[in-house]
Design a protein around this ligand. Structure first.
Ligand SMILES: *Cc1c(COP(=O)(O)O)cnc(C)c1O
Length: 353
């Protein structure tokens, strides 16, 4: 039986690795593309919505795609230590891949803005965790200064190998459905992922593996929407912590992805994000983290505005991370369990049986 070897081996021909590159892999990639029948029906119009569930990567977010490349190249270049600033998932991934490579890892996190699961991951994988009393953007600036002056490799999305690894998600989608979809919806934070998908779709089209370009539809949280508002957000606010970013690193390339693909980058409110988050879990059985649901929230919003032309249209939504990353969000959004005596009569009554 053929088994998945991790994305570097599977897509080696399209990545800047050589036979000298030590492949550091936790068998990331090969995530499912799930059709959402109930959500598609609810949207009407004959549109078909698919979910690329990146929460099923080894550390439960798409960051692993970039990290297998970044850490492999860091080890190839002789690096013994890496560093990143993170809203949680980059640090979880960097910590895991560093542990697997046997090198050390330091992470700078904005204090108080990290979902519990992500913090737990960075800690147990053995990274040196610093909780900076400031924003993600401040943590990123400090990380850059550190990496400039010290022999330590920075693995934020300024690291070109991250974007390169992440483009393989677009390859997988085309390999699965046989062509590119008409639309691709994606949450936008630092904007590395929208950049990476667009690159992947372009490369595959050039190679003749697909016949079309999808329109790239990026969605930022309304309280953290610098690209939409064309202005740096000094104090970003949103419950979607993974996209709580006021000054995205890949701002320009995200705009290029939007414009070249004739797509859009718009904002969705926290309430719209949470509604989509809950719909995914309760209607489709797919539990992603709040930031991930920005893609579906955006699709629902644009569908109401009549953006998707009627007929057989495929929309792929990237769900960037797993719901268990942020258990507090799920508990807060749900009805509390009914506490009950171990008594059949009471149970029957509560279940209305
Ligand atoms: C990193 C991350 C994002 C944002 O991706 P960018 O490449 O920074 O735009 C969105 N959702 C989750 C869960 C993430 O971890």
């Amino acid at each position: 039986m053929a088994y998945w070897k991790g994305l570097i081996e599977e897509y080696r021909a399209y990545l800047s690795v050589t036979e000298k590159t030590p492949v550091i892999t936790l068998k990331e990639g090969d995530t499912p593309l799930l059709y959402g029948p109930r959500i598609s029906r609810k949207l009407g119009n004959g549109v078909k919505v698919f979910f690329k569930f990146e929460g099923l990567n080894p550390t439960c977010s798409f960051k692993d795609r970039g990290m297998t490349m970044a850490i492999s190249k860091a080890v190839e270049e002789g690096s013994k230590a890496v560093i990143c600033a993170s809203t949680g998932n980059t640090s979880a991934s960097a910590a895991a891949y560093s542990a697997h490579a046997g090198i050390s890892c330091a992470v700078l996190l904005p204090h108080g803005s990290i979902a519990l699961g992500k913090l737990a991951q960075s800690m147990i994988y053995g990274a040196k965790v610093l909780a900076v009393e400031g924003s993600f953007d401040q943590a990123l600036a400090l990380t850059r200064q550190l990496a400039d002056k010290h022999p330590i490799t920075m693995v934020n999305s300024n690291n070109p190998y991250r974007i390169e690894g992440q483009k393989t998600a677009a390859f997988e989608i085309v390999d699965t459905i046989g062509d590119a979809p008409e639309y691709h919806a994606i949450p936008v934070g630092n904007a590395g992922n929208i950049t990476a998908y667009w690159r992947g779709y372009k490369e595959y089209k050039q190679l003749g593996k697909s016949t079309r370009f999808p329109r790239m539809c990026g969605f930022q949280a309304a309280g953290a929407a610098p690209i939409v508002n064309k202005k740096i957000v000094e104090n970003p606010q949103t419950i979607a912590t993974a996209i709580k970013i006021g000054n995205p690193f890949s701002w320009k390339s995200a705009e290029a992805a939007r414009d070249e693909s004739r797509g859009l980058i718009e904002a969705v409110t926290d309430e719209e994000i949470l509604e989509a988050y809950e719909m995914l879990a309760s209607m489709e059985g797919i539990f992603c983290e709040p930031a991930s649901a920005a893609s579906l929230a955006g699709v629902i919003k644009k569908n109401k505005e009549g953006y998707f032309i009627d007929g057989e249209r495929r929309i792929v939504c990237t769900l960037t991370g797993h719901g268990l990353k942020d258990p507090d969000a799920a508990v807060m959004r749900s009805t509390k369990p009914t506490v009950i005596k171990p008594d059949m009569v009471d149970i029957l009554k509560a279940l209305k049986l």
